[in-house]
Design a protein around this ligand. Structure first.
Ligand code: NDP
Length: 428
């Protein structure tokens, strides 16, 4: 990639932006022409095969965030999102962080968890012993149920058992849960895991005398995590009204609040998910799975807490870290079917699943930094109002150059609302 053509990307016209992506060697001329002429929306024929009762595509804008330096690799990040400011904030944060060395990431093994949940196990301790003694047989049977993933180097690797104690106060009996730990390689693996769990359930029933109630993956992917870290010298944090040290300390304090207060933690984490979801959607991954898993991870201590941490190191620099469970894939589901997901993969330079995890967790950390920095300095509304003004202008019916004119007028208006936008439009 040649990033010199991407400088001041946000100031370019639409055509200049696409041409810059070609010059930067992220798109071919043909891909750029397709994008400019036809777009990359789903065709009716594809949509009809993806879901039931299909009638239409629901579109989201796809943009690109700039300035990301992730593990020393420059990265342009496609993001599908309807909310204004998110891409600008990510690019702004990535620029500051990039100028300080960028993001460093660590990605765990990609191990997914499948569950067979048994009810009516008369003697749980004997059942647990039998399951443990039959470990290899169970793993073999799981792998026989999906041999192609074994050929790819993955498959069921380990087994564990959990006894869920009864809760008489809620009239809930005990359940026995068998976990398989499954390497799904480049896939998110829901279908792989589910096939394996259905494959082993009869044998587990035979071993335990219980009845398999549920046979499915867990979306709580605690063994498929990625961590991003960034270190920012405090002088880079200076604003008109605050010194760098003040901004640094206020960011650390804001993160402390989000650690102890669930009401703040949810909003803090929503900011992180602004970035993560946008890239998950752009890459064609299952964002419900990612959302469910990440919020459960935020509550792993028993209290819902901030996902990120910010502290000051011995040199006085601001250090941010974020760990997320990220069971995404680069194959499977709609990833290789959806034209916009394919375009996103091209822009991301065909990452493997671990690299995509590194990108996602870095975008989450960037978004978090941008949001807290704005909150503890100017406040979040300053940056948002310009974009809100444009949305109002469009809602009022403004077209082309009218949008900017009305947005500018609205920013100075005593009441920025739809009626004022309509009044300005009728005067134009
Ligand atoms: P798929 O079953 O669509 O695709 C995975 C398949 O891709 C593999 O079985 C493998 O088949 C093939 N493949 C090709 N190359 C590779 C590679 N390098 N590594 C791994 N596999 C490869 O997808 P998933 O199993 O990942 O399931 C994801 C889908 O399941 C998503 O659409 C999700 O929405 C959905 N889902 C989610 C659930 C949940 O989250 N609770 C529940 C049920 C479904 P082969 O080896 O045979 O070629």
């Amino acid at each position: 990639m040649n990033t010199e053509y991407l400088a001041k990307f946000y100031k370019k016209t639409y055509t200049e932006k696409i041409d810059a992506l070609v010059k930067a060697e992220l798109l071919t001329e043909l891909q750029a022409d397709n994008l400019k002429n036809e777009g990359v929306d789903l065709g009716q024929d594809i949509g009809e095969h993806m879901i039931e009762n299909y009638i239409e595509n629901y579109s989201l804008p796809l943009g690109v965030a700039m300035n990301f330096l992730i593990d020393n690799q420059e990265t342009v990040v496609p993001m599908a999102i309807e909310e204004p400011s998110v891409i600008a904030a990510a690019s702004f944060a990535a620029k500051i962080i990039g100028s300080a060395g960028g993001f460093t990431t660590v990605v765990s093994e990609r191990m997914m968890i499948g569950q067979v949940t048994l009810k009516d196990v008369a003697d749980p301790s004997t059942a647990i012993k039998k399951i443990k003694n039959s470990r290899q047989e169970i793993l073999d049977r799981a792998n026989e149920a999906h041999p192609s993933i074994v050929k790819r180097g993955g498959g069921a690797k380990d087994l564990s058992v959990r006894l869920l104690e009864s809760d008489p106060s809620e009239n809930i009996p005990s359940f026995l849960v068998v976990h398989l730990h499954i390497d799904t390689q480049e896939a998110m693996g829901a279908n792989i895991v589910n096939t394996m769990m259905e494959g082993i359930a009869p044998y587990i029933e035979e071993l335990t005398g219980g009845t398999a109630l549920l046979r499915i993956l867990s979306n709580y992917a605690t063994e498929c995590t990625a961590t991003a870290t960034c270190t920012i010298p405090s002088y880079k944090l200076k604003t008109t009204n605050f010194s760098g040290e003040e901004v640094r300390d206020r960011i650390v304090e804001a993160a402390q609040v989000a650690w102890v207060d669930p009401y703040r933690a949810v909003t803090h984490n929503k900011g992180i998910m602004n970035g993560v979801d946008a890239v998950v959607v752009a890459s064609g991954n299952d964002w419900r799975a990612i959302e469910a898993g990440i919020h459960a991870y935020a509550a792993r201590s028993g209290q819902y807490r901030a996902l990120s941490k910010w502290h000051t190191n011995e040199k006085g620099d601001l250090v941010g870290t974020l760990t997320l469970p990220l069971p995404i894939g680069t194959v499977g589901g709609s990833i290789s079917i959806h034209p916009a997901a394919k375009l996103s993969r091209t822009l991301l330079q065909e990452p493997d699943a671990k690299r995509l995890e590194s990108i996602l967790v870095s975008v989450g950390l960037a978004q978090n930094f941008a949001a807290i920095r704005a909150l503890v300095t100017d406040g979040i509304q300053k940056g948002h109002m310009g974009l809100h003004a444009r949305s109002l202008a469009i809602s009022a019916g403004a077209k082309g150059a009218q949008v900017e004119k009305i947005a500018e007028a609205l920013k100075k208006a005593p009441h920025m609302n739809l009626q004022t936008a309509k009044d300005y439009l009728s005067k134009l």
